[in-house]
Design a protein around this ligand. Structure first.
Ligand SMILES: [Zn+2]
Length: 395
């Protein structure tokens, strides 16, 4: 058995212990100590990281009451004394996140009697699963507000060790599954929970709780949240984005939504105007393109590339051009090929498209007078022209 120093003092980061077991397997070194401040992955909370005699510990697991510190090189031999140092940033974040989870779970009971049935404490965010099929947005807001109010109230977080009889007298949020001595985390008078994790010493250390999203999970609701240092990191990221945008758009952050809606509306209007203009210019474009028409095996055809054209117009451009030359028009627009065929020609657009599919592995299809293909490459128009000429020569 390893004595768990974090049970009584989750703020303890530097400690000394003695190696009681070493195992080497598959290039990994497992070190078991008589006592440790390292938290092993358990109860939904990820493990600590840190150093044992300056050797990096990248994983900590638990097996039969023994806490196993896992490293790439050996920490020492059985009987050696070791100096341990738990990584402060990671420990602090999980203490914040875990305490935030207790507060949130307790608040959802207090306000709505919604029970937490599972917990996720991740490196990026935390989540609680509520036994509840749906939730109103104002309920969510109220729960977040009350949780942050409890943070501001600086509620002491106490660790109580109680036997089963003593535990029964306490208003535990959930009946403990363990027997014997039970470790209880008490936050002010708002929450009593049996838990083996690492928590803050005071609710104020959580700093901030921010609910970031809500998901449906089977018939339950999953509340995803940030706390402490991760909430600050998230704020920094969002600040940078909104600050950059507000400077670029020369407006206050509060006005960004309004400005963005206006830009979207303007963009839609410009697209419509551009489409109209291109439509008006279409006869000129058709005449220009028709002037480049060639003939093969007595069939007129034209192969051209266009830089930009409204996607709704390109089809009618191809068919109108084909009609104009009484032949076949092959137009490349970026990675698309559009084929227009005049209905006096003995081959249909979809049959030409099929040949392009089988010979050049382009994907698409169409009908009698118009077909489209995707996956075309820039600078390959001559190759596409060759394929078309071959098809015409077989007619
Ligand atoms: Zn806990």
């Amino acid at each position: 058995m390893t004595e768990r120093l974090y049970y009584k003092d989750p703020g303890l980061l530097n400690f000394e212990g003695t190696i009681i077991e070493v195992i080497e397997s598959n290039g990994r070194h497992i070190t078991v100590l008589d006592k440790t401040a390292f938290y092993p992955t358990s109860g939904g909370q990820p493990h600590d990281k840190g150093l044992l005699n300056s050797v990096a510990i990248f994983d900590v697991t638990e097996s039969d009451g023994k806490i196993q510190h896992i490293s790439d090189s050996a920490v020492g031999s059985k009987g050696d004394s070791v100096k341990g140092e738990v990584d402060l940033g990671r420990r602090r974040y999980f203490r914040q996140l875990h305490t935030a989870q207790h507060i949130l779970s307790s608040v959802f009971i207090e306000l709505y009697d919604f029970e937490t049935v599972s917990v996720h404490l991740g490196e990026d965010y935390g989540a609680i699963e509520l036994k509840q099929p749906s939730l109103e947005s104002d309920q969510l807001l109220k729960a977040e507000q009350l949780s942050n109010e409890y943070i501001l109230q600086s509620l002491p977080v106490e660790i109580i060790f109680a036997d089963e009889q003593e535990a029964q007298k306490l208003p535990l949020r959930k009946k403990p599954s363990r027997q014997g001595t039970i470790r209880i985390i008490k936050i002010g008078a708002i929450d009593y929970s049996a838990c083996g994790g690492t928590h803050c010493n005071n609710s104020s250390e959580v700093g901030l709780i921010k609910i970031i999203s809500v998901e449906k999970q089977r018939s339950n609701i999953l509340i995803n949240f940030l706390a402490g240092t991760r909430a600050k990191k998230d704020y920094d990221k969002r600040f940078e984005v909104t600050d950059t945008l507000s400077k670029q758009l020369t407006c206050a952050v509060d006005e960004l939504k309004l400005r963005f809606d206006k830009i979207l509306e303007e963009n839609k209007m410009y697209r419509q105007q551009l489409g109209q203009l291109q439509n008006e210019l279409l006869p000129i474009k058709i005449n220009e393109a028709a002037a480049q028409a060639e003939s093969s095996n007595s069939t007129n055809f034209v192969c051209i590339e266009v830089d930009s054209m409204d996607s709704k117009l390109i089809g009618s451009f191809a068919t109108s051009l084909a009609d104009k030359i009484s032949g076949i028009a092959l137009i490349q627009l970026e990675d698309r090929i559009i084929i227009g065929v005049c209905d006096t020609i003995d081959i249909e657009a979809k049959d030409i498209a099929r040949r392009f599919s089988s010979e050049l592995n382009l994907k698409g299809g169409g009908g009698k007078t118009m077909a489209q293909l995707g996956g075309a490459l820039k600078g390959q128009l001559n190759k596409y022209r060759e394929v078309l000429v071959n098809i015409l020569n077989e007619l």
